[in-house]
Design a protein around this ligand. Sequence first.
Ligand SMILES: Nc1ncnc2c1ncn2[C@@H]1O[C@H](COP(=O)(O)OP(=O)(O)O)[C@@H](O)[C@H]1O
Ligand SMILES: [Mg+2]
Length: 323
Amino acid sequence: MTEFVFFGGKGGVGKTTIASAYALECADAGLETLVVSTDPAHSTADVFEQEFGDDPQPIEGYDGLSAMEIDPEREVQEHLQGLKQQLSEQVSAAMVNEIDAQLELAHRTPGAYESALFDRFIEVMQNADPYETVVFDTSPTGSTLRLLALPDLLERWVERLLEKRERSIDRYEKAAIGNRKPRRVMDGDPIVARLQERKERFEFAGTVLREEATFYLVLNPDELSIRETRRSIETLEAADLSVRGLVVNRLTPEPDPHEEGRGARYLRRRVATERDRLEHIDDAFDVPTVATIETRPEEVRGTLLEDVAAELEVKPGEELRIG
Ligand SMILES: Nc1ncnc2c1ncn2[C@@H]1O[C@H](COP(=O)(O)OP(=O)(O)O)[C@@H](O)[C@H]1O
Ligand SMILES: [Mg+2]
């Protein structure tokens, strides 16, 4: 069975860094691992100093580690093109322009982006067989998670639709003239088939996320990041998904005791502030802090990435966990 691991958190806190380091640890532990990135800024490419595309591709220099980058904007565009194509075959030419304009608008609404992304997540999850661990450097957001409630809604919708169609087919049959055979319009009805397919996709996603996925949240020792973490925990829990642990990234290193001067005084004050924040994090959340990572003097890539990975202490086994 594949384990899906998500790293959530505000932009810039270190999701991509921690997810990449975690994936590296998994691969080192002998697990066939895939990193899935959704950052249009190609930050995974920066971390591994290699370009990635929309399909998984081995990362050079690391055994058992592959990566792919999903471009959410392109997902939205492709989705839009698909719909337009389909509709242009079904409506008059005069309607096409009007519908195009409407669709363009619909795709700018909040949530369109997330929902296209989520569709792609599901596809990745459905094709995850070659991997033992799939690490996502982002976690589903509130509007994505609301889609998980969709199967129940669609179920009722599909049922009502089916009933309606059945009644009309029934009437049609009764009115059937002579020995003309009534058409079984419902079998292969494209609308019903689409709804059913969509319902099954979200059902699958819900089951996988609840049963085979682990969620970690990455945060920095500052108030804004802590507040955001609280919101994310609530959002995930509202969808029946529990957060396994917090990774506090970018802690300030302490100067040696004999060190004096402005720099050392600054660092000591900063370290004290962060210690308070860490205590607050422990008190305020039921979710444990599973790792704390120091700030490095440079961007985390190459050997620095291996350093950070070593700090994560991933223990593979029955249950993969940090710390
Ligand atoms: N512990 C760290 N020490 C130094 N730089 C870090 C650390 N963690 C992250 N960074 C740097 O901060 C920037 C943002 O990190 P990133 O992982 O891309 O964040 P996110 O994916 O949450 O937006 C990157 O340039 C990354 O190299
Ligand atoms: Mg990122």
